[in-house]
Design a protein around this ligand. Structure first.
Ligand code: HGY
Ligand code: MN
Ligand code: MN
Length: 421
């Protein structure tokens, strides 16, 4: 008699990951921003696979795609599985996608085997986790968790299109965003499978691990204002060079992060104006992304960054302005789900490894709604947010088996829905 988990089809997972990767802007790697034609191309594919797996499918008012596999007890709380369908620019094809494709895979195994569990299962393809287009993350999962704020519908992309208008263009009504919110009583738990995006599982030579916590993240934008000038005539003593000032700040941010390890701080984007090779930069806009599991240390480093920024501006005759874009506190995964995931990992022949996630995930937003658990799958050399991001067919298959065992155990063990509100 075959174990149910042996019916998980790694080749189907790998094939679907490849198919999804073609829904991308023409660039190296995968570029699929939210509410774009590339995103809808991927959403149509996922919808088809959900239907084939015996699910009913709907889109909520934020363009989250939700597949539902009914249980035998229509009043039982739903077990949610999911991840995000959007990517970074020139990213990999596994980040986010793997959690959706493996979620569909395990429901397909149940459906093809004619197994109906007591609780319904929902697989969610979230609309915007990376926050690349609107510079605000977890838009889809916050809507479902009921924490999305009305003003977030007005965030604009680089073309000045608001989130609300991008959603309207898809024929949805963003003003119904509150309808996307679920109530804790109707949710049993949320489980997300994701590539590790780090080097630990490869170093431990193990395909899967269990996540115990997710680092908090803060994102700031900064603007440095100087004075554009002729590159050939203005002596350095008279320059107000916004780019040179930014370069000094970037190195200062790096130094502060190194001094306060394991915190990490990144300036990932600098936009220079006017941007001509023979003009001294008059203005620079940049981003700061800072992550830590220790909120106090993160606060201290941020204060030091702001202080350095002011000092650099003052000795260079520049103006500097910092603005908070997003702040998410560290999240601990459920103490009830961690041992269940560990036993599923053991069930599939591995010794469980516990990890902290430096990367953010929709599970951070979903933790405001219900208990969350995360399963990590090894990725080659820990590379992510890069075209070379890779997870092997074997590792994806074993990850899906761990996910299926976890779902079976959570439903049979009836992990209590979150009681405190
Ligand atoms: O940036 C992150 O940590 C995630 O990939 N959104
Ligand atoms: Mn990512
Ligand atoms: Mn991700």
């Amino acid at each position: 008699m075959k174990k149910l988990t042996e019916k998980v089809n790694g080749a189907r997972i790998a094939e679907r990951i490849d198919q999804l990767s073609r829904c991308s802007e023409p660039a190296i790697g995968v570029t699929r921003l939210s509410f774009t034609k590339e995103f809808q191309c991927a959403q149509n594919m996922v919808e088809q696979w959900m239907l084939e797996a015996g699910m009913t499918v709907r889109k909520d008012s934020l363009n989250n795609l939700i597949g539902r596999y009914e249980g035998s007890n229509p009043n039982a709380p739903v077990l949610m599985i999911g991840s995000h369908l959007d990517t970074v620019i020139e990213g990999g094809k596994f980040d986010g996608m793997l959690g959706i494709v493996t979620g569909i895979e395990i429901v397909a195994v149940l459906f093809e085997t004619g197994i109906i569990l007591e609780n319904p299962i929902e697989v969610i393809a979230f609309c915007d986790e990376e926050g690349v287009r609107f510079h605000s993350t977890f838009l889809g999962s916050k809507a479902i968790a009921g924490t999305l704020k009305r003003e977030e519908l007005e965030v604009k992309d680089d073309e000045g299109i608001t989130l609300a208008n991008a959603i309207k263009e898809l024929g949805l009504d963003p003003l119904n965003y509150k309808e996307a919110a679920r109530v804790p009583e109707e949710v049993l738990a949320y489980i997300e499978l994701h590539i590790e995006q780090g080097p630990v599982l490869q170093a431990e030579e193990i395909p899967c691990g269990v996540v115990t916590g997710i680092a908090g993240a803060s994102r700031y934008s900064f603007t440095i204002e100087g004075f554009a000038g002729h590159a050939g005539t203005v002596p350095h003593t008279l320059r107000k060079d916004a780019l040179a000032g930014s370069a000094e700040l970037v190195l200062e941010i790096e130094r502060l992060a190194k001094e306060n390890a394991p915190i990490v701080a990144t300036v990932g984007k600098l936009s220079v104006k006017p941007g001509s090779s023979n003009v001294i930069a008059g203005e620079v806009a940049g981003t700061i992304d800072i992550r830590d599991t220790d909120e106090r240390r993160k606060r201290k480093v941020l204060e030091a960054i702001f202080q350095s920024g002011e000092e650099i501006a003052s000795h260079r005759g520049l103006k500097i302005h910092f603005e908070k874009v997003m702040e998410v506190s560290p999240v601990l995964c459920s103490e009830e789900l961690i041992p269940i995931i560990e036993s599923s990992i053991r069930e599939n022949g591995m010794d469980p490894v516990r990890l902290i996630s430096g990367a953010g995930h929709d599970a951070m937003a979903m933790a405001d709604l219900t208990k969350v658990g995360m399963i990590f799958v090894r990725c080659r050399d820990g590379i992510s947010h890069h075209p070379d991001e890779h997870a092997s067919l074997e590792d994806m298959e074993i990850g899906a088996r761990v996910l299926l065992d976890t779902v079976l155990q959570v439903i049979h063990s009836k992990v209590a829905a979150k009681t405190e509100v």
